[in-house]
Structure formats: structure tokens, C-alpha cells
Design a protein around this ligand. Structure first.
Ligand code: GRG
Length: 411
């Protein structure tokens, strides 16, 4: 299962080899793009106003084919757009809070006690997380989510866990994926932190004496611990983390299910889930693993290709969204500096549409809200001037998670 640990930085030879291969792919791609008319002038300055306008327009342009095709993930789209705007400190320019809350409530599916991607669709743990994230973003979880609904959601999430192997399904149809383990743990963590003690009192938790948002040193840690204790009453955290560890590969990465190929997106969800459950130590539990000799961080650092962008797995093209999936995972491992951050920043800024706003996967492609969010989130992780800082585990502004008492040392 385990291979010998790689040497410490600078880049290992296989990175060079892989970068060369990626370079060829990029050259081909760039050659194709040469034939298309250039529709923007890129100044390498973050186009804040244009991005806000792009997000605002994307949520209003209901007649476009893109809008129709993305209906099933409308709630996640709303989370991407609003969180990007919050990082730009301009949420109010997108839409009103009342309109947002009304839409979220329309997405609630009474049958599953979960939120759906759009009104009338089936509930799913991914959209449940998006709904909770938006409530946290607006600091209105307690006002807008009834205690009864919050408890039903906790029970519905618990039902998605397989008690034998600890995995989570996304919904009643049963597809299993480490993405859903992350969604379940993140949703429960935000709920248990944000709802307050009275929500959980009749679950024999009287002795926990929860208080919201304590700021003093140490008390916050205790608060985090108490929220985790509540989570333990709802789901089997240890088995959940055991399943995640069963999805680990010989290269240090993680896949969607045991034996699945390592992929940066899956690594984000696995590292995040372990971190939320306070079990990140499991990464270093093997004989050869320790924090200084970290195969996983190596795999992640090797995702940077010559043009500065990151790919999601070996021999693939770079894509702005991996600025988030890779860099947030490295942030959790406290190894962001294993990437050339200046080159990554330049790559993201080159993917902006300077005229109409929005960020695309690669330079000169069409922008969309997904890449706009993950590009801005990546820049925020690199502490880009003028942006709110983002929490690499919960994918929400640090100011928002602090308001519900989540204080961490991974920024
Ligand atoms: C709160 C940020 C947040 C997320 C919620 C759903 C989820 C939890 C995480 C998704 C993680 C994931 C698997 C991301 C990868 C998405 C992606 C770009 C997949 C593309 O895969 P391929 O194979 O692309 O089409 P490559 O780049 O490998 O060719």
C-alpha cells in the first residue's frame, strides 16, 4: 500500500516530467485558442466591479440556455455567487437577503427533510449544505431555520450514513461518494455550531451548556469540542473517518470510493471531513508518514504546471477551480508555500474576462459563476488585497464562520 516517502522540496523529477507533458497539452490548447478572436484585454488586476456585475447578471438572465441547463444545481449556484460577492465585500449588490431566504425555503423538500437543488426537486445532502452555508453567510441560521426543521435535517443526514462502513449516500437513491461524507460533516458542524444549545437539549445534551460565538482564547476550542460532541450523537464520526481513510491511495491522495483514482476535488473533501471531525492526525498514522514527510502534500504541490495554474490530477490541463481544491487542501496541511503562489495568482487573473467580468477555467474560455467563485476563493486563500479571507475547510468567509463560534488555526 505504501511507497517510500519522496524527498523534501524543491520539485521532484516526476513533476518536471509531468509539467513537460502538461506543457504540450497547454500549447495545443493555446494554439487552438489563437484561432479565436481575442475578446478581452487582460490587465492582471482583479476586476472586482465587473465580477460583481457578472454574478448579478448571471442570476437574472433566466432566458439563457446556461440558466436552463443548470436548474438542478440552482442552490449551489446561489452559494457560489453569493460567497464570491461576499469575498468581494459586495453581497448587497447581487440581490436582497429576503429574496435569497425565500428561494432557499422554496427548495426545502418535506419528503426527505433535506434541501433540493431547485424548487420541486428531491432533497440531497449537497444542496442541504449549500442552504446552510448561505444562512451562515447571512448570519441568519437561527432566525431562518426552525429548531424542528434543523433536527429533522440532522436525522435525515444520519439516515444517509451506512452504519457498516461509515460511508454517506447523497440522497435516498444511495450513490456513495466521499463528497457526501464532507457535505454531511460540514452541514452538521455548521448546524451544531450555529443553532445553539436549545436546539439539541432534548437529545440528552443538557450538560454541554453551549454558548454562541465565544471569542476568548481556549473557550472557543472548548466550544468547537462541544459541537463535535453533539455531532457524535447524530452520526458515527469515527466510522465516517474510517471510510474516508479507506479511500486513501498509495500516492497519498484520495478517491471518491475505496480504490478510486486520486483527484484534487476528492482530496479537498476528504481532508476537510477529517479536519471537521478533528481527525486530521489519521493522515500521519502510517509508519512512514509524518507532517514533514507528507506524500499527500507532495501530490498536491505537483499539480502546478508550467503556466502557473493547477490541474486536478496528473497529465491533465490546468483549471482555475483547482486553485481552490488544491490550495485549500494545502492550507489545511499548512503547506500553501509548496506552490508558487505568484504564478498561480497570475494564472487566475489571466482567466478573467476584463470587459464583461467573470472568470473561466483557462485563459480565453467563457466565464461562468462556478469558476468565478473558485478563482476569487483561490485569490482569497492567497490573501489577495481587498478580499475577505476565506476558511479553507468550510469554504465561507472567515468572518462568517467566526460568528457561529468556529475558530481555527489553519489560516
Ligand atoms: C463547499 C466548496 C464546497 C464543495 C461541496 C461537492 C463538493 C463539496 C465537492 C466537490 C469536489 C470535487 C470532486 C471537485 C472536482 C470537480 C471537477 C472539476 C471535476 C472534473 O473532473 P474531470 O475528470 O476533470 O472532468 P479533470 O480536470 O480531472 O480532467
Amino acid at each position: 500500500m505504501r511507497t517510500p516517502s519522496p524527498p523534501p522540496p524543491p520539485p521532484p523529477p516526476q513533476q518536471q516530467q509531468q509539467q513537460n507533458q502538461n506543457h504540450h497539452q497547454q500549447q495545443n490548447h493555446q494554439q487552438q485558442n489563437h484561432q479565436q478572436p481575442k475578446k478581452r484585454i487582460n490587465s492582471l488586476r482583479l476586476k472586482e466591479t465587473e465580477h460583481v456585475e457578472f454574478i448579478r447578471k448571471s442570476s437574472r438572465d433566466t432566458e439563457t440556455i446556461e440558466y436552463a441547463l443548470t436548474e438542478h444545481l440552482r442552490l449551489s449556484g446561489m452559494y457560489w455567487g453569493l460567497t464570491a460577492a461576499a469575498l468581494l465585500r459586495r453581497t448587497n449588490e447581487i440581490t436582497s437577503k429576503d429574496e435569497v431566504v425565500q428561494f432557499i425555503n422554496e427548495c426545502y423538500d418535506e419528503k426527505s427533510s433535506l434541501f433540493a437543488g431547485a424548487p420541486g426537486h428531491d432533497g440531497h445532502v449537497l444542496y442541504t449544505l449549500s442552504a446552510i452555508q448561505i444562512f451562515v453567510l447571512y448570519d441568519c441560521l437561527r432566525e431562518e431555520l426552525s429548531v424542528q426543521r434543523a433536527k429533522k435535517m440532522c436525522e435525515a443526514i444520519a439516515k444517509l450514513q451506512n452504519k457498516e462502513d461509515g460511508s454517506f449516500a447523497g440522497d435516498e437513491w444511495g450513490e456513495v461518494d466521499t463528497r457526501f461524507s464532507y457535505c454531511a460533516f460540514s452541514a452538521l458542524s455548521l448546524l451544531t455550531h450555529g443553532m445553539g444549545e436549545e436546539c439539541f437539549l432534548d437529545w440528552n445534551l443538557e450538560s454541554l451548556e453551549l454558548q454562541r460565538g465565544e471569542k476568548e482564547e481556549n473557550t472557543v476550542k472548548i466550544y468547537n469540542g462541544r459541537a463535535l460532541e453533539i455531532m457524535r450523537k447524530i452520526v458515527d464520526i469515527d466510522k465516517g473517518c474510517e471510510f474516508i481513510m479507506n479511500c486513501r491511495n498509495f500516492d497519498g491522495g484520495f478517491g471518491s470510493t475505496p480504490g478510486g483514482e486520486s483527484h484534487a476535488g476528492q482530496i479537498f473533501v476528504c481532508v476537510g471531513a477529517l479536519q471537521i471531525c478533528n481527525q486530521l492526525d489519521l493522515l500521519y498514522a502510517g509508519e512512514e508518514d509524518n507532517e514533514d514527510n507528507d506524500k499527500l502534500a507532495w501530490w498536491l504541490a505537483e499539480r502546478q504546471v508550467k503556466v502557473g495554474g493547477l490541474n486536478g490530477r496528473p497529465e491533465k490541463l490546468p483549471d482555475v477551480c483547482y486553485s481552490w481544491w488544491v490550495l485549500s487542501s494545502l492550507a489545511a496541511l499548512k503547506k500553501k508555500h509548496w506552490i508558487d503562489l505568484d504564478k498561480l495568482k497570475t494564472f487566475i487573473l489571466r482567466c478573467q474576462d476584463d470587459i464583461n467580468g467573470g472568470i473561466s477555467d483557462r485563459p480565453d474560455d467563457e466565464p461562468d459563476v462556478y469558476h468565478t467563485f473558485f478563482g476569487i476563493a483561490g485569490l482569497s486563500l492567497m490573501k489577495h488585497e481587498g478580499l475577505e479571507e476565506i476558511d479553507p475547510i468550510y469554504a465561507l468567509p472567515v468572518t462568517s464562520v467566526r460568528k457561529i463560534g468556529i475558530e481555527s488555526d489553519w489560516y
